[in-house]
Design a binder for this molecule. Structure first.
Ligand code: NAD
Length: 417
């Protein structure tokens, strides 16, 4: 295996490892190594200067045995079909590990949203939705936000779909603004769920949050809210980063003020009272909790031996390679995998979908307490399984998830036959 694995190689390797361990049915294993279906769409968009630019978009369904396809949409210059397949596969396991009735999907458009105007992004989003209007639907495929997409983009998806079917359909997409059927608590849900899993870990280790120092890689939706929630709960945020680099102050920083600085200046860099560090340095900082919340392939066999944090909670999808998993496990790290630690986002997306279908909306307290129940239950199952089987938390999460998907596939059987 080369030093740099693609997200898809990582995702398939993770499945192969668990398939061997749980003696997965060989035909089901072969089936799960591949997506169920992939759509590639070509998106001609008139830019503000009247030029026509052609973008490529993707939507992948990995497996829908347990329910409709569910997964975010990413706008990123490096997005491609392979990465989207990997992310869809991770969604299948994530929905299964927290036991919500969805299959795994993901979407992406290869574009640089930072260089696009609001109008251009709206045209792109509407054309992408129009191309996939027969694929999306509240009973078939329900998108959500991911990297560089947000509630406004979800509102345009909801509107484009609704115009096509002829009635307002909030159930077609989650992560919407509250005014068009979004759920209270959805914006922070991924991070809140991640912090719940950190609390559960600390309880098991008999440690207290107010003695912990935290480094957060990626200061977007997931990273910022994780920093803000864990800071309010009593931990000290000592470092944070974005695509331009990171800032560090061992005495702690105020996450809300750091966000204000990022909004005003475009980056976390230059935040008063901090030293500038690289993203690579942030990962290796002397802290007790590390929350990777940016992109894939950040913790690899090259840096895993130098990670000092003893709790690593994956806000991002796919930040750690299988080789790095092994190194961290041997070093006794408490490593909370993406499919568990960041499952709070899709869990509250599930709540938003249910609320939208029923046109009956819950209070924020209801959302957060139902989220806590689901996250705590999944965490306990995974923690116990990891102890019983003497495996790391990723393997235990996969064992639980893949067996649930296998059971659904075997019960449903083959069609036609
Ligand atoms: P976002 O677009 O809101 O934020 C991404 C952040 O990462 C930005 O601050 C950006 O500057 C930073 N970034 C980008 N490339 C980077 C790099 N190479 N190094 C360091 N920082 C970098 O996206 P998000 O929704 O917060 O998603 C972040 C991660 O969390 C992704 O892996 C995503 O798949 C995962 N995730 C998101 C959700 C959700 O509900 N939004 C749910 C589960 C998992």
């Amino acid at each position: 295996m080369g030093l740099k694995e693609s997200p898809l190689e990582v995702a398939v390797r993770q499945l192969d490892l668990v398939a061997e361990r749980v003696k997965l049915d060989p035909a089901i294993h072969r089936r799960l190594r591949k997506p169920a279906r992939c759509y590639i769409v070509s998106l001609p968009i008139r830019m503000d200067d009247r030029r026509v630019e052609v973008f490529e978009g993707y939507r992948v369904h990995h497996n829908t045995s347990r329910g409709p396809a569910k997964g975010g949409i990413r706008y990123h210059p490096d997005a491609d079909l392979e990465e989207t397949i990997a992310l869809a596969m991770w969604m299948t396991w994530k929905c299964a590990v927290v036991d919500i009735p969805y299959g795994g999907a993901k979407g992406a458009v290869a574009c640089n949203p930072k260089q696009m105007s609001r109008t251009e992004l709206q045209h792109l989003t509407r054309r992408y939705t129009a191309e996939l209007v027969n694929v999306f639907g509240p009973k078939t495929d329900i998108p959500a936000p991911d990297v560089y997409t947000n509630p406004q983009i979800m509102a345009w998806i909801m509107d484009t779909y609704s115009m096509s079917v002829g009635y307002a359909e909030p159930g077609v997409v989650t992560g919407k603004p509250i005014a068009v059927g979004g759920s209270l608590g959805r914006n922070e849900a991924t991070s809140r769920g991640c912090v719940f899993s950190i609390h559960s870990t600390l309880r098991r280790l008999n440690r207290h949050l107010d003695q912990q120092t935290v480094a957060v890689q990626g200061y977007g939706n997931v990273g910022y809210h994780a920093a803000q929630i864990i800071h309010d709960d009593g931990a000290s945020i000592i470092a944070a980063s974005d695509s331009s680099g990171g800032v560090y102050n061992p005495k702690g920083l105020d996450p809300r003020d750091l966000l204000r600085h990022k909004q005003e200046s475009g980056s976390v860099l230059g935040y008063p009272g901090t030293d500038t560090i690289t993203n690579a340095e942030l990962l290796e900082l002397d802290c007790s909790i590390l929350i990777p919340s940016a992109m894939e392939n950040q913790i690899t066999e090259r840096n895993a031996a130098r990670i000092k944090a003893d709790i690593i909670a994956e806000g991002a999808n796919g930040p750690t390679t299988p080789a790095a998993d092994e190194i961290l496990f041997e070093r006794g790290k408490c490593h909370l995998p993406d499919i568990l630690a960041n499952a709070g986002g899709v869990t509250v997306s599930y709540f938003e979908w249910v609320q939208g279908l029923e046109r009956y909306f819950w209070t924020e307290e209801e959302v957060n307490s139902k989220l806590k129940n689901i996250m705590d239950r999944a965490f306990d199952r995974v923690w116990e399984l990891a102890r019983e089987e003497k495996v790391n938390m990723r393997m235990a999460s996969y064992m639980l998830a893949v067996k649930r998907v296998e059971e659904a596939m075997l019960l449903r059987g083959l069609y036609p036959q």
